[in-house]
Ligand binder design. Structure first.
Ligand code: C2E
Ligand code: MG
Ligand code: MG
Length: 593
């Protein structure tokens, strides 16, 4: 199509006139030579008395650097600046937010500049939205595992709680590693982090729907999150029956329980899981749903159920019931009181004699004692250890408690040597908890107590429970380190835990203490008698001594004596006694025998 020159000129003017972008041509000092209507309308809000005569004057309040940029640009032509953002300071008509312009400045030739101006308000708005979305996601993501975090879980729970009921239910599952603190101590923080990342992967993998086959459980909504330390949460939505949730719970636990390889070591780390139903689970034939329905109380209740699962031995799940809340509150009370007890020295140690059975039918009463901790509670009187040892383990007070008992026992033991000579007990047994064994530097602190008290290492017997001793490679290493100090080790409560007679030879122990639950039926149950006999025989073949715990009657004593048990302990001889009474008991009985 051919145009007359006049037409062409007119067309070009129309083109510039209607262009939806602001165009301005200026001299090098900013004097405006040409301006299209879009440029004047965009720049108008910046104009003061001088009008639109000079671009640099006009833009001085928002871009004072322009003259210098032009001066510094020595090339004959080219782009001087691109996409410079100019906050105009007036409200944008369409969006209501403050208007932002975008400016490009080009040198056309040695004398002229071309400025293009566009409205960038929407673009800036979009960028800001994206940024805040990114920030929000970061605030809702756990940086280690890239899982959603506690905040994200709370939001999801709030959403589920607010939606109308539809006959489906949801459940909150809280998972916690059974001995993370101990593993973290021995693996170091980097190793601990690695373990957490593996656990996160396993959880994600276990929730992923299987490649084939139909699975009814919770397809419509699953969220796996890490809400702190070694605590994970899974929210299952779209449940049609309570069994669906429990099936997923078992699958998650199974996924976590397989060994992990970290730094070349194989680590076993099972978890405990607590499950709390959302309020709409009533439709699923779940009766114990909640009184309170907010995100935090759901998380708290799932956590309470998780602690119950842990207390029941770990590697299992527990479903929240209202009665658990009360027990949790009681434990929290004990914890607070126990902190005070340690600070105010309300704890003390009693000693129960462990006597050796002599071939002539008599007993050696100075064979040894076992140190047993007690708590003189200002309101509740003397509290037995069964009520507070586990709480102390859970809340990290066991280290201080154990150190106190060990130091006290060694000091008393040395004191007795000085006062009674040959009549003093020859062995001091002190109970160990699993949490102590995992503490870094703990073996050194045992060595330090031995040194400062002057206690001969061979006179100290540390007692570990079967379940602890059987646990893993790491524990075995610690036990061997203890043995290397010269102390004796005993396997406590034998018969109640995991290990069996056939694995006894794997444990570095000197003594096996047969649990009271066997001994108390020794004279009435053939089955128990046989078990005791077998234990004594195996222990003796391995060069270990045996102690029968909890002898209360003469006939129980007769049975274990017949079975060739080496030592016995029980109310039949003496209850645990305060140090002074023990001395009286030793002297009195020594004098009498
Ligand atoms: P354990 O080490 O097996 O201690 C023996 C328990 O049996 C003691 O209970 C003792 O009083 C009780 N007992 C002894 N003879 C008889 C008897 O003839 N009949 C009956 N019914 N019971 C008898 P206690 O003192 O209540 O301690 C319970 C458990 O608490 C201990 O079992 C031990 O596992 C733990 N424990 C006690 N003191 C400490 C401690 O200082 N540190 C740690 N970690 N655990 C401790
Ligand atoms: Mg014991
Ligand atoms: Mg015992």
């Amino acid at each position: 199509m051919q145009h007359e020159p006049v037409d062409a000129y007119e067309t070009l003017v129309q083109f510039l006139y209607r262009a939806p972008i602001g165009l301005a041509q200026t001299t090098l000092d900013g004097t405006v030579e040409m301006l299209n209507p879009m440029a004047s309308s965009l720049l108008m809000p910046l104009a003061t008395d001088a009008g639109l005569d000079n671009l640099f004057d006009l833009l001085a309040p928002v871009a004072p650097q322009l003259p210098a940029m032009v001066e510094a640009f020595i090339e004959p032509s080219g782009m001087i600046c691109e996409g410079l953002r100019l906050p105009v300071g007036v409200q944008h008509a369409a969006s209501g937010s403050l208007q932002v312009l975008s400016l490009n400045l080009t040198k056309l030739d040695p004398e002229r500049l071309m400025a293009t101006v566009a409205d960038a308000t929407f673009e800036v708005q979009r960028e800001q939205e994206m940024l805040s979305r990114r920030l929000r996601n970061a605030a809702r993501t756990d940086s280690l595992t890239r899982m959603p975090n506690r905040e994200a879980v709370r939001e999801e729970l709030q959403r589920l709680l607010a939606r109308p009921q539809d006959g489906h239910g949801f459940a909150v599952l809280t998972l916690n590693c059974d001995r993370f603190r101990q593993l973290n101590d021995s693996l170091g923080q980097a190793g601990g982090d690695q373990l957490l990342m593996h656990m996160a992967d396993r959880l994600r993998g276990a929730l992923r729907p299987p490649a084939s086959g139909f699975e009814p459980a919770a397809r419509s909504g699953q969220l796996a999150a890490r809400i702190g330390g070694d605590e994970f949460v899974v929210v299952l939505d779209g449940l049609r029956a309570r069994a669906d949730a429990e099936r997923v719970a078992l699958r998650l636990l199974d996924a976590l329980a397989h060994p992990y390889v970290i730094g070349g070591h194989e680590i076993v780390c099972s978890a405990s899981l607590g499950l709390a139903w959302g309020p709409d689970a009533a439709a699923l034939d779940v009766h114990d749903t909640h009184g309170e329905h907010d995100a935090d109380s759901l998380l708290r209740d799932a956590g309470i159920a998780m602690v119950e699962a842990k207390r029941a031995g770990g590697n299992r799940h527990a479903v929240f019931e209202a009665s658990m809340r009360e027990r949790a509150a009681r434990r929290a009370d004990i914890e607070a009181d126990l902190r005070q007890a340690l600070a105010e020295e309300q704890l003390f140690v009693v000693y129960q004699p462990v006597v050796r059975l002599l071939p002539n039918g008599g007993v050696d009463r100075a064979a040894g004692v076992e140190a047993l901790v007690r708590w003189r509670h200002p309101q509740r009187g003397v509290v037995p250890p069964i009520e507070f040892i586990q709480v102390a383990e859970e809340c990290g007070l066991i280290g201080a408690l154990g150190d106190f008992v060990l130091a006290r026992a060694c000091r008393d033991f040395m004191d007795w040597q000085a006062r009674l000579g040959d009549a003093a007990p020859r062995l001091m047994a002190v109970n160990l908890s699993r949490a102590q064994l995992g503490q870094p530097g703990w073996i050194d602190s045992v060595a330090a107590v031995l040194r400062t008290s002057g206690m001969p290492p061979a006179s100290l017997q540390l007692e570990v429970t079967e379940s602890l001793a059987a646990q893993d490679q790491d524990t075995q290493v610690r036990l061997h380190e203890l043995k290397a100090l010269g102390v004796k080790l005993a396997l406590d409560d034998f018969g109640t835990g995991y290990s069996s007679l056939s694995s006894l030879h794997l444990l570095p122990v000197d003594t096996v203490k047969i649990d009271r639950s066997f001994v108390c039926q020794a004279d009435t149950s053939f089955h128990h008698r046989v078990l005791i006999e077998a234990t004594v025989k195996v222990a003796q073949s391995l060069g270990m001594t045996t102690v029968a715990e909890g002898i209360e009657t003469r006939s129980q004593l007769d049975v274990v004596r017949d079975q060739r048990c080496d030592k016995v302990q029980g109310y039949y001889f003496s209850r645990p006694l305060p140090a002074q009474e023990l001395l009286d008991w030793l002297l009195q009985e020594t004098a009498a025998s």
